[in-house]
Each structure stands twice: as C-alpha cells, then as structure tokens.
Design a protein around this ligand. Structure first.
Ligand code: UD1
Ligand code: MG
Length: 459
C-alpha cells in the first residue's frame, strides 16, 4: 500500500441521450439517490484527498444537487472523449498524488475493488477489466503471449481478431499523477471516433516501460454503467436484491425479498418482520419485534420495539412508540411523536401531534398541531380545527380526557384532565377538567308519522 495522496476523477460529462429525459443522466435515481451520489459516496469511502467531477450537460443542476459536498468541479464544454475529459481535470491534480478514474454513471461501483486497484497502481498503471460474453462496444484488453497487457483497443478501432477478445475495459483505472499528467499531454485523436481516448495511456505506458496490470472483476454489476431506462431499472433491482439479502442475513423476515424497496437506509433490530410491497425512504429505524404489514410507505421514521404497523399505512418524519398499533390505512405526517402503547386506527391522519402513553385515536380522525396526554380516547370522526385559513393554532388534550365521536375541537383550545366531551360537539372554548362538556342543538325533536320520500316513476 502506498501512503501517497489520492485524487479521484469522476467522469460525468456524457449527455445520456438514450435516457430520453431533460434531466442529466447522473441525476436519475438508484435506491432513492442520484446515480452520481453513489459514485461520490464510494470516493468518500476511499478517503480521497480531492474529488474532481468532470461535468458537462446539465452542469448547473448537477453542481447544485451536490452543493453540500466538497468537490472540485471541472466543466468539459465539448465532449471530445474520456482522455479529453481527464485533461480538463489535469490542472487540479496534485503532483504527488495517485489518481483513480471512476465513471459517474456506474452506481454500484465497489469501494473494496477500487482500493485494491489503488494499491496495485504504486509505480504502475492499474486498470480494471471484466470478462463479457458479448463484448460489443467495449474497449478490448490486448495481452501479449506472456499475459502482459499491451493495449486497450476500442471496439470501433479493433481488428476482427481483437473483437473476439472478451476481456474488456471497465473504464476505471489508477496511476501515479507523475505518469498521468505526462500521458495526458501525449494523447492524440487519431482514431476511428476522432476522440481523445483515455485508454491510449496503456500503449504510452508500455512504450515507456511502465508496468500495466489489469485486475479482473467478477462482479459485472459493479462496473455496469447506465445508459437507458432499462439499465436503470435493472441496476435498481440488483441494488434492491442486495439490500434485501443483507437484511435476511441480519435475521430480518421478509415475506418476499423481491417485493421490498429501500430508498435510503433501513436499520432493523432483532425479529423484525416485513410483509410485501413496503417502501422505506430516507433513514428508517425499526426496533426489535417490529412488524410491518403489506403495502406500507415509511420515510425518515423511528419505530420502536414491538410496534405493529398494519397494512397501507404511510409514515413520514414521525416516531412510533414501543408496542403501539398503527393502521391499517393510517397516515402519520411530520412532527408526529407517539409514545408507547398508543393505538392509531384506520383513516386517521396525524400531523405534528404528540401523543402520550396509552392514548387511542382509532377511527376516521384528523389530529393536527395537537398535544395529547396519557390514556386519552379520541372518538371516531373527531377533527382538530387547527387552521383558520391564515394561521395555525394548537390543541391541548390533557391526560384521561374522552372526546366523543364526531366532535370538532376548534383551536386554540384546551381540554382539561379527565374531561369528557359529548359526541357531536363543536368545542370553541376550553373545556374544564373532570366535567362533561357538550355543545349541540338544545332539543331532540321527533316528527311522528313522517314519510320517507319515494322515487318518482318516469311517465
Ligand atoms: C469507454 C472506454 C471503453 C470502455 C467503456 C466502458 C474510452 C476511450 N473507452 O467507452 O474502453 O470499455 O468506457 O463503459 O475511454 N465521458 C466524459 N466526457 C467525454 C466522454 C465520456 O465525461 O468526452 C464520460 C461519460 O459520461 C461516461 C464515461 O466517460 O461516464 C465513459 O464514456 P462512454 O462514452 O460511455 O464510454 P466509451 O467511450 O464508449
Ligand atoms: Mg463514447
């Protein structure tokens, strides 16, 4: 292993015509984040001293997307080839460093494989290759009888014999910068495509008696670039099946590993069970014994030990306390924090609601900007009216309160400890503790002999 500094150059100037999209290719998402974000994550995992991204098409949007990252951006206004792309980065390379070249459209790039490549590039040129049964389109690795690599020949420049070679160039390579800067200045575009090929540095190295090593990888997906929506969908499935496999290995029960989507980071405790068609986005943590039923969408959430989430539940930026039961068809929106043993039932929407231990909102309710104490029961159809059309106000429901069905609590309003609100009440002022408060039409009337309307027969 060398101790020299590491520069990583990521080539991302390609237009991605075959995506048929107005969005730059490297911003299309795999596993919930841009393709390029995966490559940048790999570069960071390798502890690069400098990450240089060569961008072109849609450049400003690409830069804005990664504004929070420490990246040296280099514009390649005209795409004259991979060699030309690296030439644009040359002024930013550190003289005493090594460079690893990565491709911005290869999201499953493997940091361990890159690490080995960097280690091999000590005083050498190390290229990463793989064996492809149909090598059409790829640069071929040409080896001498001794096995030594002598050249990379692009498909369009290759002879019939060379086209039969199945060992192909991944595009990833590593070398000391003192060699690279010299080779870059020696590239020409005298070839079938009139491009400056980065791959020509192999012949330059050989001519200068610098050893070239080709490391062959068996993991084709980790070197596969995305050029079209079919590639994108295939890589997505590969990533998802790898994530599912890891979860299974950790002991998570997945009813069907092929019907799970993790678009971010899912952390699971012991004896977690996840039924089919669940989507996890952002950072989600599931505690021990958590059960997620089918068709749930869960984003940036913490779900604690023993909680059960029934089918078709949506959770976004919320916390669910231990042993709570949520859903089916519940919606927890941002700012919602449920303590343990809470029950949130079907067709209940909670937004910025803090619910204390043992409280229940079981049917058809909207509860927003509300604090609910311990052991509160919110009857079916209760609505907190938190919005007057211009401003939002808070509702406070203290411990032990019972809200009768179909009540409206017009905020700002406080329901006192152990208060009872009669069904069908519209509460506009604070309700005192321990009392029954109701607010409905004074009398209950009955009209005797009243007849239901009958359907008029067409004449
Ligand atoms: C290149 C290699 C080929 C290899 C193949 C693997 C060269 C000459 N050929 O082929 O040996 O088998 O990758 O996929 O290097 N890019 C730029 N600026 C440019 C041209 C390309 O940034 O001017 C970027 C693209 O965005 C892409 C990468 O470089 O991320 C590779 O370019 P692409 O055109 O896909 O590869 P080929 O030149 O066909
Ligand atoms: Mg090309």
């Amino acid at each position: 292993m060398t101790n020299s500094k590491l520069n990583i150059v990521i080539l991302a100037a390609g237009k991605g015509t075959r995506m048929h999209s107005n969005k730059p290719k490297v911003l299309h998402e795999v596993g919930g984040k841009p393709i390029l974000a995966h490559v940048i994550a790999c570069a960071k995992a390798l502890q690069a001293d400098k990450i240089i991204v060569v961008y072109g098409y849609g450049g400003e949007t690409v830069r804005e997307t990664f504004a929070h990252e420490n990246i040296t951006w280099v514009n390649q206004a005209e795409q004259l080839g991979t060699g030309h792309a690296v030439q644009q980065a040359a002024p930013y390379l550190d003289a005493d460093a090594q460079t690893l070249v990565l491709l911005g459209d290869v999201p499953l790039v493997d940091a361990n494989v890159c690490k080995k490549l960097i280690e091999q590039a000590n005083n050498k040129l190390a290229i990463l290759s793989f064996n492809k049964s149909d090598p059409t389109g790829y640069g071929r690795i040409v080896r001498a009888a001794t096995g030594n690599v002598t050249a990379i020949v692009e498909h369009k420049d290759a002879t019939e014999a060379q086209r039969k070679i199945i060992e192909v160039n991944t595009g990833m390579m590593a070398m000391p910068n003192r060699f690279l800067t010299k080779w870059l200045s020696q590239l020409t575009n005298n070839n079938a495509q009139g491009e400056y090929y980065l791959t020509d540095i192999v012949t330059l190295a050989v001519a200068q008696s610098i050893e070239v090593v080709a490391q062959i990888t068996a993991d084709e997906w980790s070197v596969t670039g995305i050029n079209c929506k079919t590639d994108l969908s295939q890589i997505e499935r590969v990533l998802q099946s790898r994530i599912a496999q890891k979860l299974l290995e950790q002991g998570v029960t997945l009813n069907d590993p092929a019907r799970l989507d993790v678009r971010g980071m899912l952390t699971c405790g012991r004896d977690v069970e996840i039924d089919v068609n669940c989507v996890f986005e952002g950072n989600v943590t599931l505690g021990d014994n958590v059960k997620i039923a089918a068709n749930c969408v869960i984003k940036n959430a913490v779900i604690k030990t023993g909680a059960q989430i029934a089918a078709f539940t949506h959770i976004d930026a919320a916390e669910v306390g231990a042993n709570s039961r949520i859903g089916p068809y519940a919606r927890l929106r941002p700012g919602t924090v449920l303590q343990s043993e809470t029950h949130i039932g079907n067709f209940v929407e909670l937004k910025n609601a803090q619910v204390d231990i043992g409280s229940k909102v079981n049917h058809l309710s909207y509860v927003g900007d509300t604090t609910i104490g311990k052991n509160v029961n919110i009857g079916a159809g209760t609505i907190t009216c938190n919005y007057d059309g211009a401003n939002k106000f808070k509702t406070v429901i203290e411990d032990g309160a019972f809200i009768g069905s179909d009540s409206q609590l017009v905020a700002p309003v406080t329901i006192g400890k152990n208060a009872t609100i009669a069904a069908g009440s519209t509460i506009t002022r604070d309700a005192p503790a321990d009392a029954l408060t109701f607010c409905r039409a004074k009398e209950q009337k009955s009209i005797m002999g009243w007849k239901r309307p009958v359907k008029i027969k067409p004449s």
